[in-house]
Design a protein around this ligand. Structure first.
Ligand SMILES: [Fe+2]
Ligand SMILES: [Fe+2]
Length: 389
């Protein structure tokens, strides 16, 4: 959770407010040439210079066409009329405050993996302080490159010669109103859309996005590590204890259900991973919260041995080991966990398995399902709309 999300401001709107409030200050920002000088703090190559006004106007219409706004890179004023200097600084101060005022400012909450595209000639952007970890990556594309690509597309559209990358998605809308009205051709066209969602890389990205979303104060609950750090530590303990790869992945993701729904997090992640894991891992995920209670439930007046009701399960011992040897110990802020990158390929390999391949008796097992389909008749068509008990 971003406590202080990135802030963006509509510089064009701020400029128009300034033009209405203080025409002389606005004119000074439009007519005074400023020397801009970017000097990287770490001495890297890439320092640059530019000259130009804060507000660039279209000479014919007077419309604002570009803003230059980076106060830390602002150098001296050149070619400034002496009489305009006081107007410049008054206008500059007011413009700075306008950019930080509500009418032109927006907060944008970035979810993990989100992409924010900004027109740097119009929109200013910044971010406020933040407690926790975050990683923002920036990239720039020259405006003339963007504009050139747009002109190419417009020309291609005008001649009907759309480039492949501009081609619209094929129209696969069907006319069906009930699933049993669909044709094989229609379903064949839809198939790739569904298939793209369940590739190992797509599933891995999805579940790791949930895991990363736990990295913050909102999952600390008074502990000395947050939920993300706890997850890495649980997985690292399992890895160093010699657990098999699937169990390491189980350890990494065992609390991800909390990112989706506060209650019943064990069953949530168990259901999510079920197609790819053994019954043992499914049991561990599903019941780890109950088994974990052995270590603290009595402080809430609950029965700490409630897990023993499941002692007949062949997976009881595995779940006890999971909670007692890894999960319950993984709240140590001094423990040196492996980085998430170490576990990512493991997650991809587990999620790359054929679904339910490890549980042949599951009716969703691909082989069993195909066999079942061979014998399917219209029986389901006769199920009444309402079921009597
Ligand atoms: Fe848990
Ligand atoms: Fe846990």
């Amino acid at each position: 959770m971003l406590l202080h999300p990135p802030q963006v401001a509509d510089g064009l709107a701020a400029a128009e407010i300034l033009r209405a409030e203080d025409p002389d200050g606005f004119a000074a920002l439009a007519e005074t040439t400023v020397e801009w000088h970017y000097i990287p703090e770490d001495g890297r190559i890439g320092n640059g210079r530019a000259s130009g006004p804060v507000i660039k106007l279209d000479p014919a219409s007077g419309a604002v066409v570009q803003l230059r706004w980076s106060n830390k890179d602002r150098g001296w004023l050149s070619r400034a009329e002496t009489v305009q200097v006081p107007h410049f600084y008054r206008g500059y101060r007011r413009f700075a405050s306008l950019l930080n005022e509500a009418p032109v400012q927006r907060s944008v909450r970035l979810e993990p993996g989100a992409f924010l595209l900004l027109d740097n000639w119009r929109v200013t952007h910044g971010r406020r302080s933040y407690v926790g970890k975050r990683s923002l990556k920036g990239a720039s594309i020259l405006r003339r490159t963007w504009a050139g690509a747009q002109r190419m597309q417009e020309a291609a559209e005008a001649t009907g010669e759309l480039k492949q990358y501009d081609a619209p998605e094929p129209d696969i809308r069907t006319s069906l109103r009930r699933l049993d009205e669909g044709t094989s051709k229609e379903y064949a066209a839809q198939g790739p859309l569904w298939a793209a969602l369940v590739t190992p890389s797509a599933l891995t990205a999805q579940v790791l996005s949930l895991l990363r979303s736990m990295d913050g104060e909102h999952t600390r609950f008074g502990f000395r590590v947050n939920g993300y750090e706890h997850s890495l530590q649980t997985a690292t303990r399992a890895l160093r204890d010699g657990a098999d790869e699937e169990m390491v992945v189980v350890a990494l993701l065992h609390d991800v259900g909390e990112a989706l729904f506060a209650a019943n997090h064990g069953e949530i992640i168990a259901a999510m991973l079920r197609p790819f894991i053994t019954e043992r891992s499914y049991f561990v995920l599903k019941h780890h919260d109950l088994f974990q209670g052995y270590h603290y439930a009595h402080h809430f007046g609950l029965n700490r041995t409630a897990r023993d009701a499941l002692s007949d399960s062949p997976h009881y011992t595995a779940c006890v080991y999971f909670t007692d040897a890894w999960d319950s110990l993984a709240f140590d802020p001094d423990y040196q966990s492996e980085r998430l990158a170490v576990f990512e390929p493991m997650v991809a390999r587990v999620l790359g398995r054929e679904q339910y391949a490890l549980t042949p008796d599951n009716p969703k097992n691909a082989v069993a399902w195909k066999e079942t389909d061979l014998g399917v008749t219209d029986a389901h068509a006769h199920v009444p709309a309402t079921c009597e008990s």
